[in-house]
Design a protein around this ligand. Structure first.
Ligand code: PGA
Length: 249
C-alpha cells in the first residue's frame, strides 16, 4: 500500500506572513485527513514559519531546492542540513523550472538527491518531457535518461525513500493536464525502470503526477494504478482549492 503524497509547490509566491496565513486557513480544512501525506513547499524564508504552524498536524514541509554540500563557500545556496533544521522533512529536486532557468541537470539533481537522503530528507525528484520532445516521440527516452541519471548510485535500501514526480513540461502552468491515460502510461514505464533498479522495493516508490492538477481533475488521475499523488503548483496557492485536492476521494 503506497500512502499518497499531495504536495503544494508554491514556487516564488508568498511572504512569510502570507505563508502563515495560508497555513492557518488550511489546517482546519484538512484536519482529520490521515490517509494522505500532505506537503507544503514554501520559498526558503517561509519554511520555518510554516513548519512551526504545522507541527503536530501531520502536514509536512518541503524546500523547493537544496544544494548538495553540507556547507561551504556557495553564495546564495542552502544545504539539506539547513533546510532540515528549519523544519522541512522533504525537498523538491530537479523541477523543470530549475532545469530550464537555473542549469539543473540530471547530474546535479542526482547529487542533490543523494545529499538529501544522507541528511534524512525525503527527495521529491522531478522529471518530464517538453512538448517538442513529446511531439518527436521521445517521451520515454527522455524520462528514462532522467530517472537513470537522477537516481544513479542510490543504494537499494534508499530506493523507496525517494518520491518521483512526473511533470510533463507542457502541462506545467498551462492549464493543459496530461490525460490520466497519458500519465499512467509514463508512470507504469517509470515503475518498470524502478523495478530493474530496486527490485521488488519499486512497488513502494510513490510516483506523483504534476502539471495543471486542479480540484476537478485530481480524482480521475488518482484512480490510475501507478499515480500515487500529485505535485501541485497554481492550485496549491489558495487554501480551499488545495484542501479540495487533498480530499480528492
Ligand atoms: P502547476 O505546476 O500545477 O501550476 O501546473 C506544477 C509544478 O510546477 O509543480
Amino acid at each position: 500500500m503506497r500512502v499518497p503524497v499531495i504536495a503544494g509547490n508554491w514556487k516564488m509566491y508568498k511572504t512569510a506572513g502570507e505563508a502563515a496565513a495560508f497555513a492557518k486557513a488550511f489546517l482546519p480544512l484538512v484536519a482529520g485527513v490521515r490517509e494522505v501525506e500532505i506537503v507544503l513547499a514554501p520559498p526558503f524564508p517561509s519554511i520555518a514559519a510554516v513548519a512551526d504552524l504545522v507541527r503536530r498536524s501531520g502536514v509536512f514541509v518541503a524546500s523547493q531546492n537544496v544544494h548538495f554540500a553540507d556547507e561551504g563557500a556557495y553564495t546564495g545556496e542552502v544545504s539539506p542540513r539547513m533546510v532540515k533544521d528549519a523544519g522541512a522533512s522533504h525537498c523538491i529536486i530537479g523541477h523543470s523550472e530549475r532545469r530550464q532557468y537555473f542549469a539543473e541537470t540530471d547530474d546535479s539533481a542526482n547529487r542533490k538527491v543523494r545529499a538529501a537522503l544522507a541528511a534524512g530528507l525525503t527527495p521529491i525528484f522531478c522529471l518530464g518531457e517538453t512538448l517538442a520532445e513529446r511531439k518527436a516521440g521521445k517521451t520515454f527516452d527522455v524520462v528514462e535518461r532522467q530517472i537513470r541519471g537522477g537516481l544513479k548510485d542510490i543504494p537499494g535500501p534508499d530506493g523507496p525513500k525517494v518520491v518521483v514526480a512526473y511533470e510533463p513540461v507542457w502541462a506545467i502552468g498551462t492549464g493543459v493536464t496530461a490525460t490520466p491515460e497519458q500519465a499512467q502510461e509514463v508512470h507504469a514505464f517509470l515503475r518498470g525502470l524502478l523495478k530493474e533498479r530496486f527490485g521488488s522495493a519499486a512497488a513502494a516508490v510513490r510516483i506523483l503526477y504534476g502539471g495543471s492538477v486542479k480540484p476537478d481533475n485530481i480524482a480521475t488521475l488518482m484512480a490510475k494504478e501507478d499515480i500515487d499523488g500529485a505535485l501541485v503548483g497554481g492550485a496549491s496557492l489558495a487554501a480551499d482549492s488545495f484542501a479540495r485536492i487533498v480530499k480528492f476521494k
